[in-house]
Design a protein around this ligand. Sequence first.
Ligand code: HEM
Length: 408
Amino acid sequence: MSAPTEPNVVTVGTYEGARDAFRQKQLRQALYDAGEVVMADVLVNLHGDEHRARRRLENRLFRRDTQQRYERSLFPPIVAETLAPHVATGRAELVSLSHQLMMNLAAYTAGVDRPKGTAEETFHLYSYMMRFIEGATLAHYTGDRAAKEAEVAAALDAFDAEFLQPSIARRRDALAAVAAGTLDEADLPRDVLTVLLRNRDDLDLAPDVVRRESCFYLLAGAHTSATAFVRTFHNVFELDRTSPTDGRRAREDLAFLQRCVHETVRLQPSSPVAMRWALEPMTLLGGHEVAPGDKVVIDLMAANRDPEAYGPDADAFDPHRPLAPGVAPWGLSFGLGMHACIGQELAAGSDLAGAGAGTDDEHERLFGLVPVAAQAVLAAGAHPDPDDPARLDPTSARGYWAAYPVRF
Ligand code: HEM
């Protein structure tokens, strides 16, 4: 048997080139190839008709009115409940706090109930989620992969028994009550699990697919938002030093804080690259020739800092940055095309530079859960702990914070 050959890799690093690559229908997802234990058959790994059908089903949840309800009434009590024990002690570590916060919000969206609502339960679910993240990113694991995969599979079984099956049972009861006419349709839970169990499009969804899709929503929503959250805090604390007026404004003006989140997400995308396999020969914008089996790497870090799109100071954090029409404030950090992030508006709110901008319709506008949660933590008085400075993770080249202690 001959040794597998390394694929030819084509890297795209301009803003327009990246947009073009994201839109190519003959490029298939390649980022999670080694993470099958959690990621097999989940939305972001599907292609073509299968992807279209699943996305259509799940899109039902991400309608504007539902997102508004999340942002305005469902999420704030969860933020308050998660934050309270930290504020009570007068201090918190933002990396852990942000994961707890965003995971509790993501669990709500996914349909994973936390019946006790206690801090212990949050920590317990958090430890499962961190295992699932390890499973999804097995490609980067340098230890014994088979052993790690078995560990993740065992965590999936335990999570299923402890959290998911009871959540499924509650939703099946609610759906039966709607069918029997004893529950109003509008009172059904608004979450991905309910959409999947209801399966109004009659897709063939095996129980293990429902299980992985629920886990995927838990980590897709939580980890990305949590990293964006901590990095935004760092940038706001930097503003306090470099431009105190802007630092104050970030605390008083939610729209400005939203711009701080967008700039943060642009400069530091959760995943620095997107990856695709070419299914057919094609020529990408800029003249890159691609053959079937080639790997296309979309360099988000470079595309988001392209001076053609963001100006000569594209590398700088500038929440006042003017944007040309059609240029996204968050760069391409939410992807584009068929796999464009389904939770983009929920996480980061309305695109003020895009469609609908300038309508000034406060009723329609979404700020996004990252800005709204950040506002709550800032309003509680969070500031860097003078006795315990923040530390970057020395093992990560991607600028992850290992610990960010704050006081209230
Ligand atoms: C700051 C927060 C977030 C960032 C930076 C982010 C980023 C991304 C990116 C880059 C992709 C595309 C991946 C690719 O093309 O390969 C994506 C897809 C996705 N995201 Fe997000 N995301 C965020 C928040 C969320 C939230 C809150 C949810 C759930 C409520 C979510 C659910 C998803 C799903 C389901 C997909 C797959 C869409 C598809 O394949 O059709 N994300 N996200």
